[in-house]
Design a protein around this ligand. Structure first.
Ligand SMILES: Nc1ncnc2c1ncn2[C@@H]1O[C@H](COP(=O)(O)OP(=O)(O)OP(=O)(O)O)[C@@H](O)[C@H]1O
Length: 347
């Protein structure tokens, strides 16, 4: 559906040049919802704008629906863009037009007959939950309703691809959830492929089938969502995940943690696991095999797209020679292990 091949976009020249995209290759399968995530300045907006050539790559090829857009003249490109809808963070509605007028605009620009335009609008209003709001002005609408109008407008030309540029970043969590549900419905009911950019893991978790992580203009991970959430491969991917899961030691635990091990201190570890059957028996197995006690201080288990993702912060209590063996053993298991510090023993 979308194929980016070796796309590079450089802004400016000479010493002040910025490489916003650096040799990006990405395939977005037809019918999927693919998310591109990254921190501010990673190149997300530039990437999505390169897909419909709102931004022209400095080099590389962009192919959508089998048509190489980078090889088209302006007229051919205008035609090809009818197949690509786009929505934006700040909705970009015309305040001088009603809801109906905003949705009609792209169809008027395409030269479609007035009667046909009107017959297309009602089903779009219904699909986006705006029936009864056709004659409202944008200033009378909430943020969520404005984004619904923008979605209806983007779908008016019956595109096969919808690009979403931080479409929920200006919305509160509840409205975000309802817009994401609408996008999922559009994907499922109309078979429209969606490419979205976001800096929020929650958005990815909610609707994306696949996710690509962009960092400094490069794609550093591209995986199925469940895979990315349970086994991020890059340090940036792990940082996104840890920030999202927020399993950091409580303040009272942090105040008791020492960086250095000692004979009279117990290690405190954070374990990330992908198989909760391992986690369920882990504490009792370690106690039995190594003669230690495991005290679970904090834990969280999530399911993401059918995959288990668990985090646990635990204190390993026992003689130092035993706890060292436990740490060595943990590193051999299917777990990510991080020693957070050491606490003074009380026995
Ligand atoms: N028109 C431009 N002229 C010069 N530099 C630009 C331009 N557009 C983007 N950049 C630079 O390219 C880099 C990537 O910007 P981009 O907006 O694509 O990142 P982003 O991941 O979307 O960030 P954000 O989440 O903050 O919007 C940044 O360093 C940015 O300053």
């Amino acid at each position: 559906m979308i194929q980016l091949d070796n796309v590079t976009r450089i802004f400016g020249q000479g010493g002040s040049a910025v490489k916003a995209l650096d040799d990006v290759s990405l395939a977005v399968p037809a019918g999927s919802i693919t998310g591109v995530i990254g921190t501010s300045g990673a190149g997300k907006s530039t990437l999505i704008r390169c897909v419909n050539l709102l931004e022209r790559p400095t080099s590389g090829h962009v192919t959508v629906n089998g048509v190489e857009l980078t090889g088209l003249n302006d007229r051919e490109l205008r035609r090809a863009r009818h197949d690509i809808g786009m929505i934006f963070q700040h909705f970009n509605l015309l305040n001088s037009r009603t809801v109906r007028g905003n949705i009609a605009l792209p169809l008027e620009l395409m030269g479609i007959d007035k009667h046909d335009i009107q017959s297309r609008i009602d089903p779009l209003l219904e699909l986006t939950g705006l029936s009864g709001r056709a004659d409202a002005w944008p200033s009378m609408l909430s943020g969520g309703q404005k984004q619904r109008v923008a979605i209806a407008r983007a779908l008016a030309s019956r595109p096969r691809l919808l690009l979403c540029d931080e479409a929920t970043s200006a919305l509160d969590p509840q409205t975000t959830a309802s817009i994401l549900t609408l996008l999922r419905d559009i994907n499922e009911q109309l078979g429209i492929t969606i490419l979205l950019i976001t800096h929020e893991m929650e958005v990815v978790r909610n609707i994306c089938d696949r996710v690509a992580l962009l960092s400094e203009g490069r794609i550093i991970e591209h995986a199925a969502t469940g895979e990315f959430f349970t086994r991020p491969e890059s340090p940036e991917g792990r940082t996104f995940l840890n920030d999202y899961l927020e399993l950091t030691p409580s303040r009272s635990l942090q105040s008791r943690l020492f960086a250095e091990p000692a004979e009279d201190r117990h290690p405190v570890v954070r374990l990330t696991f992908h198989d909760d059957s391992v986690a369920r028996v882990l504490a009792s197995r370690l106690a039995r095999e190594f003669g230690v006690d495991i005290s679970i201080l904090q834990s969280r288990i999530e399911e993401v797209r059918g995959r288990t993702l668990g985090l646990m912060i635990a204190e390993i209590m026992g003689p130092a020679s035993h706890t060292r063996q436990v740490l060595q053993h943990l590193h051999t298991l299917e777990l990510d292990v991080e020693v957070l510090g050491h606490v003074q023993r009380h026995d």
